[in-house]
Design a protein. Structure first.
Length: 362
């Protein structure tokens, strides 16, 4: 084949290919849709599970997510086994009846509990029936077993081994401390008491004073903290274990220890003015809820978040039996329950709440 003919054939093939590509219709590129964010399936709420009488409620204690007791005016003790859907008055319950104001309660399990007026304590051994225990019992009780308990009052700590019928003095608080450069040997007072275990217990109150036992309350040692310029009185104490704990000082200032009370560090937390309490469901999730202020931590108390919640009455006390369940009480029979529900759930009077992390969220 002649070279000129071969060149003509190559050029013809090239032109044909170019023409075919030019005439082929262009297919528009498909738009790539961004991935759709997964919609939440659950939410956290506060919902009313009120008692239907106009009674001022003072304290609440739940031993599980669903079973708990509420104490109040007119000698009232309320009990629920279904998370507050139904309340049974085990004592009182009538706002017009005569009865003492039961302001403090404590339970070791679903059958053994104590409810207190200012100098009277009632005891239950079946979770339903109540009898008076002891005479002139003052100071909030804390029990480490069904029969062994402690209370602090008037600069002394008392112990019982029979459920609260008889009490004996185990400590008269007295300490030597340096005040403004001068040594003073003086009596002291403690009133905030907590046992993270049956062996180790703490009692605090007067500025710089901490009483500690490491033998189940048989003996107590007084520790004197450093002198600081602000009010150092303590009004509430809570321990996660034998070494890690918290106390609330005058002015609603929160402090934390990780060495069994040898040193305390201030924590940045905005708590309700007055005498707020701190409670933990476990080593990570803790609350302080009083008035209209709800403060919570998700990292064992290192950092706190504060929200204002518009309950219909100021919160007087709260209970936190689990990280996804809590209860608050107040005046006019107010009881609100915190829980996690499906995203489309609604109920009359419910309030929006922050979601606590699940136990396996780590």
């Amino acid at each position: 084949m002649k070279p000129s003919l071969l060149l003509v054939m190559v050029l013809a093939c090239g032109l044909a290919t170019a023409f075919a590509q030019a005439s082929r219709p262009k297919v528009p590129a498909r738009a790539v849709k961004p991935p759709t964010a997964e919609q939440p399936k659950f939410k956290a709420i506060w919902e009313p599970v009120n008692y239907n009488e106009d009674i001022r409620l003072f304290d609440v204690y739940f031993v599980s997510k669903d079973e708990g007791w509420v104490t109040g005016a007119a000698g009232t003790i309320l009990h629920t086994k279904d998370g507050g859907n139904k309340w049974t008055a085990e004592l009182g319950g009538d706002p017009h009846a005569q009865g003492e104001e039961l302001k403090h309660e404590f339970f070791t399990d679903a059958t053994h509990g104590w409810a207190q007026a200012w100098n009277t304590v009632f005891r239950s051994t079946d979770g339903e029936n109540w009898q008076q225990a002891g005479d002139d019992v003052r100071g909030d009780v804390f029990f480490v077993s069904d029969v062994k308990g402690f209370r602090a009052y008037g600069g002394k700590i008392f112990a019982t081994d029979d459920g609260g019928n008889k009490w004996r003095e185990v400590l008269a608080c007295r300490a030597k401390m340096e005040v403004q450069g001068l040594t003073q040997d003086k009596s002291c007072d403690v009133w905030a008491l907590y046992f993270p275990s049956a062996r180790v217990g703490y009692a605090m109150g007067d500025a710089r004073i901490m009483a500690k036992t490491e033998d189940g309350g048989a003996t107590w040692n007084i520790h004197v903290g450093p002198e600081e310029p602000n009010d150092q009185r303590v009004y509430d104490v809570f321990f996660l274990d034998e070494n890690t704990g918290f106390h609330v000082r005058s002015g609603s200032r929160l402090y934390r220890t990780t060495d069994g009370g040898q040193t305390w560090q201030g924590i940045v937390a905005k708590l309700e003015p007055g005498y707020p309490k701190v409670k933990f469901a476990d080593h990570e999730v803790g609350w302080s809820c009083v008035g209209s202020t709800w403060a919570y931590t998700l990292d064992g108390g290192k950092h706190w978040t504060t929200r204002q919640v518009r309950f219909p009455a100021p919160v007087a006390a709260f209970s936190l039996p689990a990280r996804d369940r809590g209860y608050v009480v107040g005046e006019h029979g107010m009881i609100y329950r915190y829980r996690v529900v499906p995203i489309d759930y609604t109920s009359k009077g419910m309030l929006d709440a922050s979601m606590m992390p699940t136990a396996d969220s780590r």
